[in-house]
Design a protein around this ligand. Sequence first.
Ligand SMILES: [Fe+2]
Length: 229
Amino acid sequence: MAIFKQLFEDGGTSTMTYIIADADTREAVIIDPVLEQVDRDLKVIEELGLELKYIVETHVHADHVTGGSGLKKATGAEFVAGIGTGVSCSDLMLADGDTLTFGNEVLHAIATPGHTNGCMSYRWRDRLFTGDTILIEAAGRTDFQEGDAGALYDSIRKLMAYPDEYLVYPAHDYNDRRVSSVGQEKLRNPYVRAESREAFIRMMDELDLPRPKRIDVAVPANERCGEVA
Ligand SMILES: [Fe+2]
């Protein structure tokens, strides 16, 4: 038996945070916590009687500061990021194929560079936590943080190779959606459906997006594992 919680931040970044736990041992992981929601997350952890073992980041976020520092201080959990992030304050830096064990459950790291060079997706059972690599009917931008549209195309294909029934849980949704599946994204996501690597790169090049409001604060803080200067 396992426990799964999806938490939504409605304070402007529409970030989805996930808590997964083994119901027997109560050991838990949290994926992509948000600084302003640390008290919320601690309350959930306490109410469910969980022991937080790992704080897991999908990438160095540009839109919000991770809640990792506060959660680590409160629980003693280890901070985990992908090796490609270069976030050296992490307790653990995962490479493609590495795993985290909590109780009888396993979280699998899947390197998915492109949105940023250090992006890591994760799989738990038949659920994919895709960060900003695949959003519901969208994909993460590639115009900053060493973004690379060609690499993102390859990473999206890597995730879309999982079975159609696997669920897709992204880091954000701005349109009141909460979950998708590999099969649904293959049908509806224009970035997944790009006809070639070149066409995908062109699609990303043509996006003209505003600079994230908090990037100058968020990225340096996240590179310090969430310590706000
Ligand atoms: Fe992002």
